[in-house]
Design a protein around this ligand. Structure first.
Ligand code: 13P
Length: 252
């Protein structure tokens, strides 16, 4: 059965010292949960990873990164290679977050290369997809998401796709306080799963975790996560407060 996952994307927030405190608090709280059904991951900024790796309990929390380079190494000033992340104990890497697509103009070729490199370094890509408000208003969200998956993920083999996590994040719900309704989330998650079934077959598609992201909080997480194709959440703002993040984890 596919894994349930709650992952916190800290974005460009916290100093290293604040991050260590937050990570410790989350790790302590999660290790005290009797029977959490969800795997928990946190994705702090690059600068925090090696310090945070030392303070979290790896039996309960896994470390993720928010991005990586699309090249293996060399003269790429300011970039961080996937191998460098793997060396720090990073288990998963966000690829194609809407903020990377919008502000840093990451295109599908770049994302496809990142996905491959993350896998090559034995980490899991958390591949983000989702439509902007205008696309939702024109009811073309399925076409948009399908294109994003086709262009940057569906070049993978069956073995490779089994190591990927998909995060559906409607851009209009990110940081806006507007959450997709449980029905909207289930509909598009089921659609994403149908694309996976067409491409890789039902057995593989049913093993792939599909997360929802966008203004997820303790109050709406239970309803969102109760849908059969919503396998957890990718959490932004609420991941910066240990109590809120725990509240979301407890929704499982
Ligand atoms: P918010 O939870 O702050 O809306 O952010 C979601 C997100 O972008 C996670 O990657």
């Amino acid at each position: 059965m596919r894994k349930k996952i709650v992952a916190g994307n800290w974005k460009m927030n916290t100093t290293v010292q604040e991050g260590i405190k937050l990570a410790k608090a989350v790790s302590d709280m999660v290790s005290k949960l009797d029977n959490s059904n969800a795997k928990v991951a946190i994705a702090p900024p690059f600068t925090h990873l090696s310090e945070i790796a030392k303070v979290i309990n790896p039996d309960y929390i896994c470390l993720a990164a928010q991005n990586c380079a699309s090249e293996e190494g060399g003269a790429y000033t300011g970039e961080v290679a996937p191998a460098m992340l793997a060396e720090l104990g990073v288990m998963a890497v966000l690829v194609g977050h809407s903020e990377r697509r919008a502000y840093y103009k990451e295109d599908h070729n770049t994302l496809a290369k990142k996905v491959k490199l993350v896998l090559k370094n034995d980490m899991k890509p958390i591949f983000c997809c989702g439509e902007v408000l205008e696309e939702r208003e024109n009811n073309i969200q399925n076409e948009i998401v399908s294109k994003q998956l086709e262009e940057s993920l569906f070049h993978l083999s069956s073995d490779e796709i089994l190591n990927c996590i998909i995060a559906y994040e409607p851009v209009w719900a990110i940081g806006t306080g507007k959450t997709a309704t449980a029905m909207q989330a289930q509909e598009i998650h089921a659609y994403i799963r149908s694309l996976l079934i067409n491409k890789y077959g039902a057995e593989i598609a049913n093993e792939i975790t599909i997360l929802y992201g966008g203004s997820c909080k303790p109050s709406n997480a239970p309803e969102l996560f109760s849908n059969s194709d919503v396998d957890g959440g990718l959490i932004g703002g609420a991941a910066l407060k240990s109590e809120d993040f725990l509240g979301i984890i407890k929704a499982f």
